[in-house]
Design a protein around this ligand. Structure first.
Ligand SMILES: [Zn+2]
Length: 291
């Protein structure tokens, strides 16, 4: 995703202030009759020291393999796909049972279990400062139907970007034989950390947040527009819920290239290009230009 990386690089360069070193200041020669100062010899104010370059915001893709979106007799797994209860609030990433699930960002995580989501992990992260948002804004990421969770419990614990959160499973309402193994992933934007930590990812709550509108605006101007990235059928937002694919891609997560899985999973596998289009990069490929 060189397009995004370049955009973010440009942003970072702007924000870290690529200040050119000032020319050496020459002192005026001592003379009995002071000559008028030439404009070029007037000392410019000393520039502020340049900050060291900051690391680019680079999120991590959630799985080590990419088999695209799950769709099978149990339903379609795209963002906002029609469901018996209304619309799908996340994306179902098709993957073999036991595939490790990684934290896209550093943040605070906890785990739990309920009848519909099965074993789940919630991860709350700050958003990259390069987006120019209010610094308090947070995203709550939700990973459901896990087979197991990696040492997480009810209390929030700090996790690093790329840390293993658990593995892909079929728990909760994904346990039916007609539903292929997948990771259900949701992303909800909140105004601050306390409200993000209190997020329950219940489909009954479709309230909006100021933060979600802010992130939507920032992604539109800095990622979706320049990359020509769009959903072919659906909105990329549902009130405070973001399309997780778009959020991760725009934040620089290097997705592995899409491959059709072998065996039973193959018929449930739909590439990203079946749901998204982009003019600036190939939505199915990983990061071919950036390597
Ligand atoms: Zn789902």
């Amino acid at each position: 995703m060189r397009t995004h990386a370049s955009l973010l690089l440009a942003l970072a360069a702007l924000q870290t202030g690529c200040v050119e070193p000032a020319p050496p200041v020459r002192s005026a020669p001592i003379a009995a009759d002071p000559a008028p100062l030439e404009p070029a010899r007037i000392a410019a104010p000393a520039p502020a020291p340049a900050e060291p370059p900051r690391a680019l915001p680079r999120w991590v893709w959630v799985l080590p393999v990419d088999h695209g979106i799950r769709a099978d007799r149990g339903g379609a797994g795209g963002f906002l796909a029609p469901r018996a209860h209304g619309k799908h609030n996340g994306i179902d990433l098709l993957a073999p049972l036991g595939t490790p699930v990684r934290a896209p960002c550093a943040g605070k995580a906890r785990a739990g279990q309920n009848s519909s989501h099965g074993k789940w992990v919630q991860l709350v992260c700050a958003l990259p400062s390069e987006l120019g948002l209010e610094p308090a804004r947070r995203v709550s990421l939700f990973f459901a139907h896990l087979k197991d969770v990696a040492g997480l419990g009810e209390a929030m614990a700090e996790v690093a970007a790329g840390a293993e959160l658990g593995s892909v499973g079929k728990t909760g309402n994904a346990s039916s034989a007609i539903i292929a193994a997948h990771l259900h992933l949701e992303a909800i934007v909140h105004d601050d950390e306390p409200s993000a930590l209190a997020e329950h990812h219940s489909g009954r709550d479709q309230s909006d947040t100021r933060g979600a509108r802010e992130v939507g605006g920032a992604l539109s101007s800095r990622c979706l527009g320049p990359a020509g990235l769009a959903s072919k059928a659906e909105s990329l937002w549902r009130a405070r819920r973001a399309d997780p694919f778009v959020l991760l891609v725009c934040l620089g997560a290097e997705k592995p290239a899409y491959t059709r899985p072998s065996g039973k999973l193959a018929e449930a596998s739909y590439p990203w290009s079946s749901e998204y289009s982009a003019t600036g990069f190939d939505v199915d490929a990983g990061n071919p230009a950036g390597k």
